[in-house]
Ligand binder design. Sequence first.
Ligand SMILES: *Cc1c(COP(=O)(O)O)cnc(C)c1O
Length: 225
Amino acid sequence: MSGTQEKYLAFKEQLDPKIKLVAVSKTKPEEEILQLYHVGHRAFGENKVQELERKAGNLPGDIEWHMIGHLQSNKVKYIASFVNLIHAVDSLKLLRIINNEAAKHNRVIKCLLQVHIAKEETKFGFSEKELTVFLDELNKEELPNVSISGLMGMATFTDNFIQVKEEFRNLKLIFEELKNTYFNKYPLFADLSMGMSDDYQIAIEEGATIIRIGSLLFGERNYTN
Ligand SMILES: *Cc1c(COP(=O)(O)O)cnc(C)c1O
């Protein structure tokens, strides 16, 4: 048993089995993904299309691939045949393209809407106001090859746990609001993807159903190679 495998099994053991764990393998070699695969893990997250496409092509076909990063419209075509869940949809244009590309493969692709909850300018996602406009627009469209299955958000990168907690709590409120109004006829609108290595415990306390964990499982990332 390798160190990575031991770390994973210990993490899984303390995790509520109702919480979906996406192991974020970006920048990590395929062998490390296989190590978790061999102890039973299937859900992996990547944030770059090219890397996701390469890994999906080389690794076992029953891996469930999550696109967790910002997705450019012109790259959807490279992942539409196999991606399991797109976490960061942030425009109607992108959703339409995902729908069109999914249709070419006779698939319905599950998507989460990314909501901007952090105090930082740099994070992608809809503001609450933009979300309202988006949903109004969405009402007028037929997009049979996408299924909006919930929301995703990233908290501010800060040591201030109170702030992080408030941001996650806010996202959960938005989620409940949409679930009870706009999406009340969509039982598949059920997922809240929030929480990373440093804040997943807070995210779970605040109602996350999916957490995205990288460095805690695989160690720090090295972006130089
Ligand atoms: C990299 C990344 C993660 C994982 O981050 P860690 O802090 O290593 O757990 C989660 N979500 C997104 C969107 C990411 O880009």
